[in-house]
Ligand binder design. Sequence first.
Ligand SMILES: C[S@@+](CC[C@H](N)C(=O)[O-])C[C@H]1O[C@@H](n2cnc3c(N)ncnc32)[C@H](O)[C@@H]1O
Length: 162
Amino acid sequence: MNRLEAMILRMTAQRAALDWAFTQIQDVPGDLVEIGLGNGRTYDHIREHMPGRRIWAIERKLQPHPSCMPPAQDLLEGDASEGLARLEGAGIALANYDLGGQDPQTPDERAVRLTPLIAAALAPAAAVLVSTQRLPEHPKLRQAETSDEIGQGRVFIYLSAS
Ligand SMILES: C[S@@+](CC[C@H](N)C(=O)[O-])C[C@H]1O[C@@H](n2cnc3c(N)ncnc32)[C@H](O)[C@@H]1O
């Protein structure tokens, strides 16, 4: 598979995972968080599908597409560990973890460091965490079963457990 095809599959899986998450959290109150705003593509998708929800955006190097700049009061600029610490106990309904990384299958040092902080920000039950990298095991997270379209190691979905 060439790199263009791999990228298309990865983004298709990411969109499918987010779309699945939207249906899961329809009746789950709480804010949402984009961890890794980047260009703002997934942020744009989330805000289009979840109007009326507050979407926090975490980014250490702010440079989104101008149309995807979050409102200043929702921006958590700086390292993700700081932004997530601010959201501890916030009852987040959906988190999208998209910080990049070399190997989607293996949690890197950042994922190991940040996973407990993400778990602490999520609503205790029924929250969804979509991740472009496999995350380490955590007692408050369980991996969701995914469809073929979402799965195949391109994107990972976790559910919070109380
Ligand atoms: C793959 S891009 C995000 C893509 C974005 N979600 C989109 O759809 O356009 C990863 C982003 O995470 C940011 N990032 C990486 N490590 C970070 C960290 N430790 N704290 C905060 N932001 C980080 C990078 O600056 C980069 O903008």
